[in-house]
Design a protein around this ligand. Structure first.
Ligand SMILES: *Cc1c(COP(=O)(O)O)cnc(C)c1O
Length: 230
């Protein structure tokens, strides 16, 4: 089942790429495995997945030792500063940076381990009160400030679009993120690339790909419904 789901998602990504004149190789599927048992992650791994997304530090800590070491773990959930030290070595990409203070802690912990941390800045594009992430107007300033930190590289932007029944309703937000990334790119800030746009989930990833997503984060569409909402 998981294998078939992954094939279907990859097929849909390909279709969205064809529709928008993109190369499917530009798009990485992150399998969002939060709340799901290791046995299911192994199935996804066997079906070819190497990028897994989790939203809790503890869950990454529990799972990574039980799975092959060539997995790239994506931290996609809100990250508390006091937990950065636990995942700094295990997260290939931290998608959820929304403050300078958090970025400073990431840089500090990365220095301790003598590694370079790759991050995305999370933008609350629809300005929803319930969501983390900075507003669009604050993004350029935050990226500029983070760019001065020595052990951290900004690779792009991430957004969690509103929950909608018609994915077309989110197209304007995905487009907005893409435009914002182009604006930031044109600033030519040292240490900053805007090569990565993490946007699109089970309900709307095809629209996100049409609008330029380079990472889509799909949970339910691969592993089925979660038992409890997170
Ligand atoms: C849970 C989660 C997803 C995946 O959601 P689905 O609708 O199950 O695909 C993607 N991104 C983030 C940040 C999440 O927390």
């Amino acid at each position: 089942m998981i294998k078939e789901n992954i094939s279907q998602v990859l097929e849909n990504i390909k279709t969205a790429c064809e529709k928008s004149g993109r190369n499917p190789e530009e798009v990485t599927l992150v399998a969002v495995s939060k709340t799901k048992p290791v046995a299911m992650l192994k199935q996804a791994y066997e079906a070819g997945s190497r990028d897994f997304g989790e939203n809790k530090v503890q869950e990454i800590m529990d799972k990574y030792p039980q799975l092959p070491s060539d997995i790239r773990w994506h931290m996609i959930g809100h990250l508390q500063r006091n937990k950065v030290k636990y995942i700094i070595e295990h997260a290939a990409l931290i998608h959820s940076v929304d403050s300078l203070r958090l970025a400073e802690e990431i840089s500090r912990q990365a220095e301790k381990k003598q590694i370079h941390a790759n991050i995305l800045v999370e933008v609350n594009i629809a300005q929803e009160e319930s969501k983390f992430g900075i507003f669009r107007e604050e993004a350029i300033q935050l990226v500029e400030n983070i760019s001065k930190l020595p052990w951290i590289s900004v690779k792009g932007l991430m957004t969690i679009a509103p929950f909608v029944t018609n994915p077309e309703d989110n197209r304007k937000y995905f487009r907005g993120i893409r435009e914002l990334s182009v604006d930031i790119m044109h600033k030519n800030i040292d240490n900053v690339t805007m090569s990565t746009l993490s946007m699109g989930m089970t309900g709307d990833y095809m629209v996100a790909v049409e609008e330029g997503a380079t990472i889509v984060r799909v949970g339910t569409g691969i592993f089925g419904e979660r038992n409890y909402p997170l």
